[in-house]
Ligand binder design. Structure first.
Ligand SMILES: Cc1ncc(C[n+]2csc(CCOP(=O)(O)OP(=O)(O)O)c2C)c(N)n1
Ligand SMILES: CC(=O)[C@@H](O)[C@H](O)COP(=O)(O)O
Ligand SMILES: [Mg+2]
Length: 633
């Protein structure tokens, strides 16, 4: 790769003649295909954003000028051009670079990315701060946001605020007509026929410059003219351009793969004043036919054969189900039993397997787009109207909807069932995507029921139990696979707040209390400990709230020490709750809590990260040994 191998910074890129940029884009795509076929990541989005990223770094004085990425899964070319080409082979691995922009990793990464919708607000903050900072007056800021991400509430809040205070923010709307799955919503269909002529903009730009030089065009007069021209346009075209209706200058649409044209346009608009939005049209998966043909399947394809596009699956055996499929297929069964059941997803139908309900009951399944807050309140509305909504949202994305859970569901005690997927460490997506806080952030909400299954049977029974729960209810489960190939057991109603004793040794001195699938590690650890003469008893608590006080008082009386294990943050988590109640009972036994410590956890495999956090089999064994030696001493 003769061009790419010489680029170790954006200033190296800017030394190239513009005519060489198409060749550079080809090399970047070749690089992405070769690296991502062996070390998987977000493929199609990044393939579609190559020209856009090259042109931005070519025209803007990065990293002094700021690029703010939305989600950031499309920004691999940005990482490659900003000194991380060689490190890219280790992206999304332990101690490697992150799969998303991260300011801790590079000064070219201006803001944390990973959760959709934050780029406009963050970039607007930077742009306005620069207006207030004399030495930064000429610093440019550009937000790059996709067509699905811009439909989220936070993005709209940013757009709505963009014309209130003087700023020169450029928003680049990267419209590839896709989310992870096909994009949804009115804005999506609106974008597809949004037009304004580039010629019209050029003339308008020249006139504005002329009148400004004459001192005729003040800010106030300019805003009046824009409002006047918008009203003329909406009279003539009958279509108010939504962005110009918000006093954000709309430019485009243009071909997002014509890197020469993009350079020319960015040069033209770079020094324009006031908030602008450039609408570029791209193809998700551009430059790799299998991905162009099926961008959803190539959003995060895993390993593949670059020559054939054949996915390289980890095993050909019959595998246990994905937890999300246990959820999806069980929900279809429940929806068949109870017509009041509806399913809601926030732009993650395939990720949560809510797609299975959509196939079986399309009229009872709702994809509301990347709008988790709206999804929860929408569910609250459905519940208030007598339905039984199941909202499936990844734990870390659900963080976006915290007050919606409290204000629009819990205070009213509405029967919404939260199916919290990707709960716990998720692995390679890293710090923004680990679902570590749901136990803590839900536990303090009055009336919220919180559960976590250790296996498929319990998952199905917890879901079935929702039919007899008429109040807010959460079931949390992890990314990845469960355990049993034949898992579709008969369902039954569980007693709310009732855990189960797994082992019962007369002479065990240590109790191990687990919540969720960490039970498996505890059982492995217990049998290894028994081989070493240390007897423990295991309890699968199933419920975090209400917690099984019967088990806690039994444990407090019978054992010398307790180990708790959770796949989540220790602060405010399951272990703290156990200790709080054991102290309330008046017991002073030692409680050792294992889980995620109070620090940010970057990317790696789940096994690597659990080991680092000390709650894998090894961690449980060493905790039991430590307690045994302490209680003996
Ligand atoms: C708050 C939040 N919800 C959901 C997601 C999952 N997610 C990641 S990328 C994506 C689709 C983004 O679509 P778009 O903005 O159009 O970018 P594209 O992938 O098309 O480049 C979604 C839903 C997320 N990252 N953040
Ligand atoms: C970029 C993004 O947020 C999603 O693509 C996310 O990475 C999906 O996670 P899973 O791979 O766990 O479905
Ligand atoms: Mg898109």
């Amino acid at each position: 790769m003769p061009l790419l191998s010489e680029i170790n910074s954006p200033s190296d890129l800017r030394k190239l003649p513009v005519e060489q940029l198409p060749a550079l884009c080809r090399e970047i795509r070749e690089f992405l295909i070769s690296r991502l076929s062996v070390n998987p990541g977000h493929f199609a989005s990044s393939m579609g954003a190559v020209e856009l990223i090259v042109a931005l770094h070519y025209v803007y004085d990065t990293p002094y000028d700021r690029l703010v990425w939305d989600v950031g899964h499309q920004a691999y070319a940005h990482k490659i051009l900003t000194g991380r080409r060689d490190a890219f082979a280790g992206q999304r691995t332990l101690n490697g670079i992150s799969g998303f922009p991260n300011p801790l990793e590079s000064d070219a990464d201006t803001f944390m990315a990973g959760h959709a919708g934050n780029s406009i607000s963050a970039a607007l903050g930077m742009a306005i701060a620069d207006k207030l900072t004399p030495e930064n007056r000429n610093r440019k800021t550009v937000a790059v946001i996709g067509d699905a991400s811009i439909s989220g509430g936070l993005a709209f809040e940013g757009l709505n605020n963009a014309s209130n205070h003087p700023n020169d923010l450029l928003i680049v709307l990267n419209d590839n007509d896709m989310s992870i799955d096909p994009n949804v919503g009115a804005l999506h269909s609106y974008l597809s026929d949004l037009t304004t002529s580039a010629g019209y903009n050029r003339i308008r730009n020249k006139m504005a410059g002329f009148f400004r030089k004459k001192g005729i065009l003040t800010d106030q007069r300019k805003r009046a003219i824009i409002r006047f021209s918008n009203s003329i346009k909406s009279l003539v075209s009958k279509k108010q351009n939504i962005f110009e209706g918000l006093n954000i200058r709309y430019l485009g649409p243009m071909d997002g793969h014509d890197v020469i044209k993009l350079v020319q346009v960015f040069k033209e608009i770079k020094n324009m004043e006031g908030p602008r939005l450039l609408h570029v049209c791209t193809i998700k998966g551009k430059g790799y036919k299998p991905a162009e043909d099926d961008p959803a399947a190539w959003h995060a394809p895993g390993k593949f054969d670059p020559a054939t596009g054949k996915k390289i699956s980890v095993s050909s055996d019959i595998l246990p189900p994905l937890w999300q499929d246990v959820f999806g297929e069980t929900l279809v069964e429940l929806a068949g039993m109870d017509k009041s059941i509806a399913g809601i997803t926030a732009a993650m139908p395939s990720g949560t397997s809510m797609s299975k309900l959509a196939e079986a009951f399309p009229d009872r399944t709702f994809d509301v787009g990347i709008s988790e807050g709206h999804a929860v309140t929408f569910a609250g509305g459905m519940a208030a109207a007598g339905k039984k909504p199941f909202v499936a949202i990844y734990s870390s994305f659900l963080q976006r909807a915290y007050d919606n859970i409290i204000h629009d569901v819990a205070i009213q005690g509405l029967p919404v069932t939260f199916c919290i997927d990707r709960a716990g460490l998720v692995g390679e997506d890293g710090v923004t995507h680990h679902g570590l806080f749901d136990l803590a952030y839900l536990n303090c909400i009055p009336g919220m029921k919180i559960s976590s299954p250790a296996d498929e049977e319990t998952m199905r029974n917890l879901m079935f139990t929702s039919l007899s729960i008429n109040s807010p209810y959460a079931i949390r489960y992890p990314r990845g696979r469960a355990y049993h190939t034949d898992w579709k057991s008969e369902m039954k109603t569980l007693e709310v707040g009732k855990g189960r004793k797994i082992t019962d040794h007369a002479d065990a001195k240590i109790a191990i209390l687990t919540l969720g699938p960490v039970l498996k590690d505890a059982m492995t650890a217990a049998s290894l400990l028994e081989d070493q003469g240390i007897k423990t008893d295991i309890f699968d608590m199933i419920w975090m709230k209400p917690i099984d006080m019967g088990i806690l008082s039994d444990v407090a009386q019978r054992y010398d020490a307790v180990i708790t294990v959770e796949d989540g943050a220790l602060e405010g988590g399951f272990g703290e709750t156990v200790e709080h109640h054991i102290r309330e009972i008046g017991s002073g036994i030692k409680v050792k809590s294992l889980g995620v410590p109070d620090r940010w956890i970057a990317q790696g495999t789940v096994d690597q990260l659990k080991n680092l956090c000390g709650y894998d089999v090894e961690g449980i064994i060493s905790a039991a040994k430590e307690l045994t030696s302490n209680t003996k001493g």
